[in-house]
Design a protein around this ligand. Structure first.
Ligand code: ASP
Ligand code: MG
Length: 412
């Protein structure tokens, strides 16, 4: 017998029929003798609908009221799941974030978990109950106010609970049946992975593969929680995200190819080349809550000027340009250029740590296909290139075929 956390996303609980189906999956697990904690999202579309209502009043809404409002999506879902279990004759109880003691900081709309008291969960489990917990929500002890964990935050709730109660596994049920070597809508022969490391999954999650919220993977990595990604629509094996040693993992150089079209590039021309200038610009962007990704600074010219280019989410471009205009004066910025027609393609794999020439092969594959590289960034287990947006799908396909398909067939 083991303790299992099962998380169901919005699509999986999108209608009463689907909720009844979720109850059946949970009951099957319970029948096998496991203790079960269920974490659920709001019914699909509900969070967006609520945000839409708020925006009808003002685009400049209070984040405290936002949290108070959007958390109700999950609050409304847990009694529906619980009632389904009850009518089937299973003992179950629904609990909100507040009721399970999900303590967070006060960063409304993107709060971070500080602690989970969890005594009510443990109590209910010891009474043999199935516990149905609202994902996404927490509260701040000092203010007593409801908080939420950021979009997609129910994944993080589930992994955090699994860590807190020392569950054997955290199963994430979703509308895809696992983690693929590439987006199957782009690459027809993309393959489902049996296992992937937390480290690789973290890169894939933050690089644009939307299977899991990246914070949930980070948490899983830090607390060593095995995460199983499964389909709630079909009963078949999924992908295990784990940090357990696996010899095979290291032999595979590239595990996945991914792309992100939500990218825009800003170039600041004529920036003064002296200490303190970069700080001013990037602290200013951070204060405006803009996530800067790649940064490139050129070698300065003789007159002590340089150019700095960086990427931001396309959705933040206007805000980022406005911040640069304000900050640029002091830094001597002569001109601000921007480019929205870009995307980022990346290859990810733990095997890169011990293989050389991976980046060079990526550049060759892109150049063989006449795809120009505008920016490059690398980490120990990934290489990312900024390219023209219209080449995104082509780039993903040719990279997948070079690094994954041909590799399987013993070439390269
Ligand atoms: N309901 C929230 C959202 O749509 C949280 C989640 O689904 O994980 O972002
Ligand atoms: Mg999700």
């Amino acid at each position: 017998m083991s303790l299992v956390v099962m998380k169901f996303g919005g699509t999986s609980v999108g209608s009463i029929e689907r909720i009844r189906n979720v109850a059946k999956i949970v009951e099957k697990k319970k029948d096998k003798g496991h203790d079960v904690i269920v974490a659920v999202s709001a019914m699909s579309g509900e969070t967006d609908r609520l945000i839409g209502l708020l925006k009808e009043i003002t685009p400049d809404y209070s984040l405290r009221e936002y949290d108070q409002l959007v958390s109700t999506g999950e609050t409304a879902c847990i009694p529906l799941v619980t009632q389904s279990l009850l009518v089937d004759g299973y003992d179950a109880i629904s609990l909100t974030g507040l009721q399970i003691g999900m303590e967070t900081d006060i960063a409304h709309s993107k709060a971070r978990i500080l602690n989970i008291r969890g005594d009510r969960i443990k109590q209910a489990i010891s009474e043999g109950k199935i516990v149905v917990v609202a994902g996404f929500q927490g509260y701040n002890v000092e203010t007593g106010d409801i908080t939420t964990l950021g979009r997609g935050g129910s994944d993080t709730t589930a992994v955090a609970i699994a860590a807190a109660v020392k569950a054997d596994v955290c199963e994430i049920y979703t509308d895809v049946d696992g983690v693929y070597t590439a987006d199957p809508r782009i690459v027809k022969n993309a393959k489902k992975l049996d296992t992937i490391s937390h480290e690789e999954m973290l890169e894939l999650a933050s690089l644009g593969a939307k299977v899991l919220q990246s914070r949930s993977v980070e948490l899983g990595m830090n607390y060593n929680v095995d995460i199983m990604v499964l389909s709630s629509l079909e009963d078949k094996p999924g992908t295990l995200v784990t940090s357990k040693e696996d010899k095979n993992m290291e032999r595979i150089v590239v595990s996945g190819v991914t792309s992100d079209k939500n990218q825009a590039k800003i170039t600041l021309l004529g920036v003064k080349d002296e200490p303190g200038v970069a700080v001013k610009i990037f602290i200013g962007l951070a204060e405006a809550n803009i996530n800067v990704d790649m940064i490139i600074q050129n070698v300065a010219t003789e007159d002590g000027k340089t150019d700095i280019s960086f990427t931001v989410p396309k959705t933040d471009l206007i805000k980022a340009k406005a911040a640069c205009e304000k900050l640029g004066k002091d830094a001597g910025v002569q001109e601000i250029l921007s480019d929205e027609n870009i995307s980022k393609v990346s290859i990810v794999g733990i095997g890169m740590k011990s293989h050389s020439g991976v980046a060079a092969t990526m550049f060759k594959v892109l150049s063989d296909n006449q795809i120009n590289i505008k920016m490059i960034s690398t980490s120990e287990i990934k290489v990312s290139c900024i390219i023209e947006e219209k080449f995104t799908e082509l780039a993903v396909r040719v990279l997948h075929s070079a690094f994954i398909t041909e590799k399987q067939n013993g070439q390269l």
